[in-house]
Design a protein around this ligand. Structure first.
Ligand code: GSH
Length: 345
């Protein structure tokens, strides 16, 4: 096995010190029309996630919204990344809890929602690390990222690209979903949703990482200005309508929400995104509260995992893994909001 440096967030850096996220390597499509080898069968796929990761979290949320819990199994890693092959190389990545690990509770006191939270070991492949899955699938790209959607029938990775996994969950499993009528990517809005995603992804979803993982002042500032300009744009849109594309909650909102809900608790400090807080943007703040209070979403948000992951896994940014005490946004996010002032479809 090669001992060459593996791709991780630490080395996805351009010459100018910018964080450049590499493309996901596994991009198969599950299709109910039979046009691919991946059929949407109940019990065939298993989703590997971290509650902390916004990309994995959007998949968990879509699974929950569509009522696919009995159809697609889930395993949950420990929030703190660990050395995966201490005898072989320096790689640090996602690990499953070991039997002797203390139970992961709200020991950090940041509180959580009524979340399904747990550390769920891998009873499908018996993996100890997410890396094990990629090696089993003979991956040659080597960024051992979550989410991973595993196909138990073909015994390999189906997809590790969250934006595509949520599309598949939204439309391809309707024969076995509890909520087949729910459509977060309706045909009539698809162009608008794509247009929103086109700027929210680079400037906000990935923008916070571009701020936090930058290795030059110039790269950090560029990302930070772009991020806050985009957040002002969000605030302006949400001052006129309920959701990003109008009166209907869509995929574009789900994707943006996953970054916004982490923002004040983590990104402001850890990723130095401190020009404003979400709490300073009244419409955006109300919007985050509203989405947080949707039961199917609330149960997949675990602020303990979120907070502990970021502060304990990025050694070069926070070498002593100190977890700041404040601000503790969970209680606040469950207080009333005023989004009812805009119509909802
Ligand atoms: N394009 C992927 C990105 C996933 C991704 O980068 N996940 C991060 C966690 S937030 C990861 O697993 N990183 C592992 C590493 O950097 O080693 C998606 O959206 O699914």
């Amino acid at each position: 096995m090669s001992t060459a440096a593996k791709t991780t967030w630490q080395n996805e850096i351009s010459q100018k010190g910018e964080f450049v996220r590499s493309d996901a390597g596994w991009r198969n499509w599950i299709k109910k029309d039979g046009s691919t080898p991946f059929q949407p069968e109940a019990g065939r796929y298993h989703l590997y996630v971290s509650y902390a990761c916004p990309w994995a979290n959007r998949c968990l949320a879509m699974r929950s919204l569509k009522g696919l819990e009995d159809v697609i199994g889930v395993s949950v890693v420990h929030p703190t990344m660990q050395r995966t092959r201490p005898d072989l190389d320096e790689h640090v990545g996602w690990a499953f809890a070991k039997p002797k690990d203390p139970p992961f509770t709200s020991a950090w006191g940041v509180g959580s929602f009524e979340c399904d939270a747990a550390l769920v070991p891998d009873d499908v492949n018996g993996a100890k690390f997410i890396r094990d899955l990629y090696e089993k699938a003979k991956d040659s790209v080597g960024k051992y990222s979550v989410p991973v959607l595993w196909d138990k029938k073909l015994n390999t990775i189906c997809s590790n690209e969250s934006s595509e996994i949520i599309r598949m969950f939204n439309s391809e499993f309707n024969d076995v979903a509890k909520h087949p009528q729910l459509d977060l990517y309706p045909e009539a809005l698809s162009k608008q949703i794509d247009e929103v995603n086109e700027w929210t992804y680079p400037s906000i979803n990935n923008g916070v990482y571009r701020c936090g993982f930058a290795k030059s002042q110039e790269a950090h500032e560029k990302a930070s200005y772009e991020l806050f300009e985009a957040l002002d744009r969000v605030e302006s849109i949400l001052s006129k309508q309920r959701y990003l594309t109008g009166p209907r909650f869509t995929e574009a909102d789900l994707r943006l929400f996953m970054t916004l809900v982490r923002f004040d608790e983590v990104y402001v400090v850890h990723f130095k995104c401190n020009q404003k807080r979400i709490a300073d943007l009244p419409n955006t703040h109300g919007y985050v509260k509203e989405i947080c209070q949707m039961p199917a979403i609330q149960k997949v948000i675990n602020m303990d995992h979120i907070k502990v992951h970021y502060y304990s896994s990025h050694q070069s940014i926070n070498p002593y893994a100190l977890v700041p005490v404040g601000p503790g946004v969970v209680k606040e996010l469950l207080t009333p909001h005023d989004r009812h002032r805009f119509p909802k479809e």
